[in-house]
Design a protein around this ligand. Structure first.
Ligand SMILES: N[C@@H](CC/C=C/[B-](O)(O)O)C(=O)O
Ligand SMILES: [Mn+2]
Ligand SMILES: [Mn+2]
Ligand SMILES: [Mn+2]
Length: 301
């Protein structure tokens, strides 16, 4: 079994510098050796993938920031991830901000059209060009993947391959009003922290899988934004929100998804090693590596 680490040193989907350094810190923390220790053959194409992509003249489109840069980088990520998936390799995409998921999930769905997406996040990342208040595209990838909202020519390459009944969220607790309406209007299954409290993470994951993968026969793309975790667990991230998943709840999700044997692609997003003190950075990077290990088969016993 082969996994391909796709380091995406990219921050264009949001305004805080530093998240582009997430990949190198996760690699330096030893994630490659960790995965080899779990029996994976690990491919890594180096730290500079996608850095050659630029957009010299990139004024906002509406209020969307860095639209051309985000579009070009995510389109390139779609190809890289799609190629790995086509070769039967499991891409582990290290961010970088969550706009990258427009690329990773496009890549997965181009090869596995029946795949389901499990989105772990404090945020729904489903704003459209009409509903976004920030213009930060890391708050929008899901709307493009679903084909919701007004067309934005720059992103016309993103095919609406994701179906609303193949998407489920866990960890939501900071959803914009416009996003709440989109979730309701489209009957998108979402387990907020309220449901996690009410049912417990074990039941939430079971119901989530029953919803998007009732026969446990569909490939799974797990997109994990570390800000789904409580800021006390993963402090070095750009949009922290209190009242998040515990260290164990985050790991349980990864362990349970691995146990299905259906994982075909993983994103580990929004680690920003320039935020908070060095101890916090070290902690956040370590948690990121640990989550990846759990999603790729590390068990406690
Ligand atoms: N909903 C906010 C926050 C977006 C958060 C994105 B993140 O989940 O990828 O961190 C926005 O649209 O700006
Ligand atoms: Mn490659
Ligand atoms: Mn996110
Ligand atoms: Mn988030």
């Amino acid at each position: 079994k082969t996994t391909a680490i796709v380091g995406c040193p990219f921050s264009g989907g949001q305004p805080k510098a530093g998240v582009d350094q997430g990949p190198i810190r996760l690699i330096e923390a030893g994630i490659i050796k960790d995965l080899e220790g779990l029996g994976w053959k690990v491919k890594f194409d180096g730290h500079h993938q996608f850095e050659d992509i630029s957009a010299t003249n990139d004024p906002p489109i509406g209020i969307l920031k860095n639209p051309r840069l985000v579009s070009r980088v995510t389109q390139s990520v779609a190809k890289v991830v799609g190629d790995h998936v086509a070769k039967g390799e499991l891409p582990v995409t290290l961010g970088g901000d969550h706009s990258l998921a427009m690329g990773t999930i496009s890549g997965t769905l181009s090869k596995y059209p029946d795949a389901c997406v499990i989105w772990i996040d404090a945020h729904a990342d489903i704003n459209t060009a009409e509903t976004t208040k920030s213009g930060n595209i890391h708050g929008m990838p899901v709307s493009f993947l679903l084909g919701l909202g007004p067309k934005v020519d720059e992103f016309s390459w993103v095919k609406p391959l994701l179906r609303t009944d193949r998407l489920v969220y866990i960890g939501l607790r900071d959803v914009d009003a416009g996003e709440k309406k989109i979730l309701r209007d489209n009957n998108i299954k979402a387990f907020s922290m309220h449901e996690v409290d009410k049912y417990g993470i074990g039941k939430v994951v079971e119901i989530a899988l029953d919803h998007v993968n009732p026969g446990r026969d569909r490939p799974i793309h797990l997109s994990f934004d570390v800000d789904a975790l409580d800021p006390s667990v993963a402090p070095s991230t750009g949009t922290p929100v209190r009242g998040g998943l515990t260290f164990r709840e985050g790991h349980y999700i990864c362990e349970a998804i691995y146990e299905t044997g259906l994982l075909v692609a993983l994103d580990l997003m929004e680690v920003n090693p320039s935020l908070a003190d060095q101890a916090s950075v070290k902690q956040t990077v370590a948690v990121g590596c640990s989550l990846v290990r759990s999603a790729l088969g590390e068990t406690l016993l």
